[in-house]
Design a protein around this ligand. Structure first.
Ligand code: ADE
Length: 248
């Protein structure tokens, strides 16, 4: 069972995502143990303050490091209730982190325990990052909520855990599994509003279908993510196929 814990100022944000669909099923099957902690539980003033003005001036507030360190001690330190648990891999979410990708998902999916520390609005006092094993960015844009960013990472990791996806939903053919984008998918009806499902998919010829899917993956990747093609090993026939595509 993987343990995932989050430390943030709006722990209720997790209720809907973690209580629905696959994330709920992962917990009910005993594959995932999820706990969302409220950072305000480790503040000591009447207003339960977790942020303060930035040293050096500037706009906005900065998340204070003391509640984060105190929470960390309580959750994983010697005074933790359950010190028998494995030490967590600690993950901060920030636009200044490592870009999140499939390789990162794979690395995290084999850990026993993940602890996400989520900031809000602006930054977190830099000293808190000394606790981090990973700093992850979802991409080159800024979110207001670290919770939201952590939910994306949690979802991508949990769906990799054994038993979460059924065999038929398996992750084997999906985008990035072979370094390429996934081929297009269709289901009934065969014609809708004048749009036909490609003939080959109705042919029952599995070899032809496989070839068509692979070519579609190559085409899509060449069109939308040419950077990915640099990283995969292409066969001679893949290269011929790509050469044969019109430029656009
Ligand atoms: N928090 C705010 N923006 C973020 C981003 N792009 N990635 C991860 N965490 C964030």
């Amino acid at each position: 069972m993987m343990i995932i814990e989050t430390l943030s100022t709006f722990p209720h944000m997790y209720d809907s995502v973690m209580g629905t669909s696959m994330m709920r099923i992962a917990q009910s099957k005993g594959i995932l143990d999820f706990r969302a902690y409220d950072l305000r539980d480790w503040t000591h003033d009447r207003h339960r303050t977790t942020d303060d003005d930035p040293y050096g001036g500037g706009n906005g507030l900065v998340m204070k490091c003391e509640p984060i360190f105190e929470a960390f001690d309580a959750i994983v330190g010697e005074q933790a209730n359950d010190s028998a648990l494995p030490a967590p891999t600690v993950i901060f979410l920030s636009p200044c982190g490592r870009p999140f990708d499939e390789a990162c998902v794979q690395e995290l999916a084999i850990k026993e325990r993940l602890l996400f520390v989520c900031g809000h609005y602006e930054g977190i006092d830099e000293r808190a990052y000394s606790l981090a094993d990973y700093v992850i960015s979802l991409g080159d844009y800024v979110l207001t909520s670290g919770e939201l960013a952590s939910m994306v990472v949690i979802d991508a990791v949990v769906r990799k855990l054994d038993g979460v996806l059924g065999a038929e939903d398996g992750a084997a053919c999906e985008s990035f599994a072979d370094g390429l984008l996934e081929y297009p998918q269709y289901t009934r009806p065969a014609t809708y509003r004048g749009m036909d499902v490609p003939e080959v998919l109705l042919s029952g010829n599995h070899a032809k279908i496989e070839q068509w899917r692979h070519e579609q993956s190559l085409m899509r990747t060449a069109r939308f993510r040419p950077d990915l093609l640099e990283k995969v090993e292409l066969s001679a026939s893949d290269l011929d196929f790509l050469q044969s595509l019109p430029d656009s």
